[in-house]
Ligand binder design. Structure first.
Ligand code: PMP
Ligand code: PLP
Length: 477
């Protein structure tokens, strides 16, 4: 867990919203600490007895290392069962009687131990008092984080990539909080441009205070697919320090960092240590001030329906986060926690989980390569360009609007609509760049489409991209 011998995180009281500062500990959950007293009989908490839970046992079939494919799971996968009283019966360290009852809003101690160890291996934050707290996934975690730092009465605003995850924008805007986009290139946020924007901030023309929160997706950004390299992250961190910002790093695609495009390496052969070393350092790993809140999620690496993730941040921020969770989600579902604990801790262990992630890296590398091959084959490269993604599940297709016959005569929104409609008519769905604009009122500056290689088979990707190419050609005549 949190380590001694390192400096403590800075305090962020001045960045907390009034809502967050006002939160008091949950009186009923605080009472749980007395349960440790020997001989104490509790008539205090409103916990139902596990005797009345209608679940005696859960059973599941899961893959074993390294036979991870769907086919091999059906043959060599193992059956695991989770009983109601496995702890009392000495069969396991976590069971249904605990998982299905009320607990602390951090989630169970058992899952917290696994996730803290995992964070130690992957992130190694450079300050002493870091902590983790489980979440119901990064969607809910971001909503809590934004409300923790942003106050509409203060005219607060969030800075993000020029094109940003649409659900994040939909989270922030209804809170009355501003969203502003910073210029990006193939590695995402451009630090010099970010510094310029903040250094020349004029509150009266912008209508909002200079942003004190950066929301960024450093690996395989949604929608642009951009991954910030290690140097880039350090430069952006320095700008955040200069302007006294907190950073929310939303990293659902962190472990979908793939083999470099065009290099034929087999990533399943190396050791787990080599794998961990090959990953771009997270922001929390360079976070000497404790100004980063990292959002992690199992959605893209195990299953989105788990609704389980965790945040990593300083103890001060985690404590405020937990106070909010106590009156909102109360942490992830006990079913999710006990099932994932059986998989991650009791069946795979840390090394097995990392092997699963290495296998996933290979799967996504193959998917990405198939979509790249289809783009190279079918798209008019004098009009459409792209950077092969280094992480995540998206490629950002830039269509050169200056070559369009109606360039300067029609709004880009209209041309984007025309291409999108032609895509649907031709039988392919792609996402429109305009859906992701950080500043929705600013006219489009270019034509972009987001395509994913996560779902379709290689054959269907080939057909789909050829349809997209036809739609672009028909608009460009
Ligand atoms: N409302 C009331 C009145 C309650 O007594 C409780 C449980 N103590 C809750 C809400 C919490 O319900 P849940 O576990 O579904 O969040
Ligand atoms: N953040 C980003 C950048 C995403 O792309 C997604 C999924 O699309 C999420 C968060 C949602 O994650 P979760 O399922 O953990 O809520």
């Amino acid at each position: 867990g949190p380590q001694d011998g390192k400096p403590k995180a800075k305090r962020w009281d001045h960045h907390l919203s009034e809502e967050s500062r006002m939160r008091q500990p949950c009186a009923l959950k605080q009472a749980a600490r007395h349960l440790n007293k020997p001989g104490l009989i509790s008539l205090g908490g409103g916990l139902p007895s596990s005797q009345v839970f209608p679940f005696a046992e859960l059973s599941m079939k899961i893959p074993v290392v390294p036979e991870f494919s769907e086919q091999s799971t059906s043959q060599s996968g193992v059956h695991e069962t989770i009983g109601k009283y496995d702890i009392r019966n000495g069969k396991a360290e976590y069971d249904l009687s605990i998982a299905l009852n009320y607990g602390q809003a951090t989630g169970s101690a058992q899952m917290m131990r696994f996730l803290t160890e995992h964070t130690e291996v992957i992130c190694q934050p450079p300050y002493a008092d870091w902590a983790v707290c489980q979440t119901i996934g990064s969607t809910g975690a971001l909503e809590q984080a934004v409300r923790m730092f942003c106050d509409k009465n203060r005219r607060d605003a969030v800075l993000t990539e020029e094109f940003s995850f649409s659900t994040a924008l939909e989270t922030i805007e209804p809170l009355g909080v501003g969203t502003f986009g910073t210029p990006i290139d193939s590695q995402g946020i451009i630090p010099e441009a970010m510094d310029d924007l903040l250094s020349n901030w004029d509150e009266s023309t912008r209508g909002f205070r200079k942003p004190h929160v950066l929301y960024t997706v450093p690996s395989g950004q949604n929608p642009t697919g951009a991954t910030q390299g290690a140097e880039r992250r350090r430069a952006i961190y320095a700008v955040a320090q200069k302007h006294d910002m907190v950073i929310i790093e939303d990293e659902p695609y962190f472990f979908l960092q793939m083999e470099p495009y065009g290099q034929n390496q087999d990533s399943t052969t190396g050791t787990v240590d080599e794998f961990v070393d090959s990953l771009v350092q997270p922001y929390v790993s360079i976070d000497v001030d404790g100004r980063v809140m990292r959002l992690d999620s199992v959605s893209k690496v195990l299953a989105p329906g788990s609704r389980l993730g965790w945040v990593v941040a300083s103890q001060q921020l985690i404590e405020r986060y937990q106070r909010h969770a106590e009156v909102a989600s109360q942490g992830p579902s006990g079913f999710s926690q006990v099932i994932l604990h059986k998989l991650l801790d009791e069946t795979w262990g840390h090394e097995g989980y990392l092997k699963w992630l290495m296998n996933l890296r290979t799967e996504y590398t193959l998917k990405r390569n198939a979509l790249m091959a289809a783009c190279e084959k079918h798209l008019p490269q004098n009009i459409v360009s792209w950077t092969p993604p280094a992480a995540g599940m998206f490629v950002w297709l830039t269509v050169d609007h200056t070559k369009h016959p109606d360039h300067g005569k029609r709004k880009l929104e209209d041309i984007e609509q025309e291409i999108f409609d032609a895509c649907i008519d031709g039988g392919v769905l792609v996402a429109r760049g305009s859906w992701f604009r950080a500043e929705q009122h600013v006219p489009l500056s270019g034509l972009y489409f987001r395509a994913t290689y996560a779902m379709a088979s290689p054959e269907n990707m080939d057909i789909a991209i050829s349809r997209f190419g036809d739609a672009v050609r028909s608009s460009f005549k």
